[in-house]
Design a protein around this ligand. Structure first.
Ligand code: ITT
Length: 178
C-alpha cells in the first residue's frame, strides 16, 4: 500500500488509474519549502510526512506546476498559490497577450519509505488556450496538447500523455523491480 499525501483528489484518481498497488489518500499539510526545484520540495515533504504521521507504509508526495515559456516559467513552483489567488482564467489572459503561448507541465513524484528516497519526474509540452472542457483539474482547461485540452481528456487519455502519467510510469517500473 502507498500513502499518497495530497488534498487534491484529481491526483489520487490519476495515481489509482496507474498503479497496481493500493493508493490511500492521506491529508497531511507538509511544509512546502521555498525552492525552484520541485524535487527538493516534494522530497522534503515526503520525509516530513513519513516522520510525522507515524505510519509504516511508504509515502508519496507529488509536486507539480505549470511553466509558461514567455513569462520565464511562471507560475512554476508557485502554481497552486497562483491558481488560488489569480485563478486559471487570469493566467490564460496573461498568456493571451503573448505571441508565444507554449508551456509545459512538470511533475515530481517523491517516494520515501523510511530508508529509500527516490524521485521520478515527468513533463509534457503544450499550448495555452482559452478554457475548454470540464474534466481533469487545475490548469487542465487552458492546457492544450495535440488538439485537446487536458480537461477534454478522460483520466486514461490524460495519464497516457501527461507529466504525472510519465512520472507515475517511471515510479511503477521502479516499484515492480524492487
Ligand atoms: P497538494 O499539494 O495537496 O498535492 P495541490 O493541488 O496544491 O495539491 P501542487 O502544489 O502539486 O498540488 O499543484 C500545483 C498547482 O498545479 C495546483 O494549482 C494544481 O491545481 C496544478 N496542477 C497540478 N497538477 C496538475 C494537472 O495534472 N493538471 C492541471 N493542473 C495541475
Amino acid at each position: 500500500m502507498i500513502r499518497f499525501v495530497t488534498g487534491n483528489e484529481g491526483k489520487i484518481r490519476e495515481a489509482r488509474d496507474y498503479l497496481d498497488d493500493e493508493v490511500r489518500q492521506i491529508e497531511y499539510d507538509y511544509t512546502e519549502i521555498q525552492s525552484d526545484d520541485l524535487g527538493e520540495i516534494a522530497l522534503h515533504g515526503a520525509h516530513e510526512a513519513f516522520e510525522e504521521t507515524g505510519g509504516e507504509d511508504p509515502i508519496v508526495v507529488d509536486d507539480a506546476g505549470l511553466f509558461v515559456d514567455a513569462i520565464g516559467g511562471f507560475p512554476g513552483p508557485y502554481s497552486a498559490y497562483v491558481e488560488d489567488t489569480l485563478g486559471v482564467e487570469r493566467v490564460w489572459q496573461i498568456a493571451e497577450q503573448e505571441e508565444n503561448r507554449r508551456a509545459h507541465f512538470r511533475c515530481i513524484v517523491a517516494y520515501y519509505d523510511g530508508e529509500n528516497a527516490e524521485t521520478f519526474s515527468g513533463s509534457v509540452p503544450g499550448t495555452l488556450v482559452a478554457p475548454r472542457g470540464d474534466g481533469g483539474f487545475g490548469y487542465d482547461p487552458i492546457f492544450e496538447h495535440e488538439g485537446n485540452t487536458m480537461a477534454e481528456m478522460s483520466t486514461e487519455e490524460k495519464n497516457a500523455i501527461s507529466h504525472r502519467g510519465r512520472a507515475l510510469a517511471k515510479f511503477a517500473d521502479w516499484l515492480a523491480d524492487r
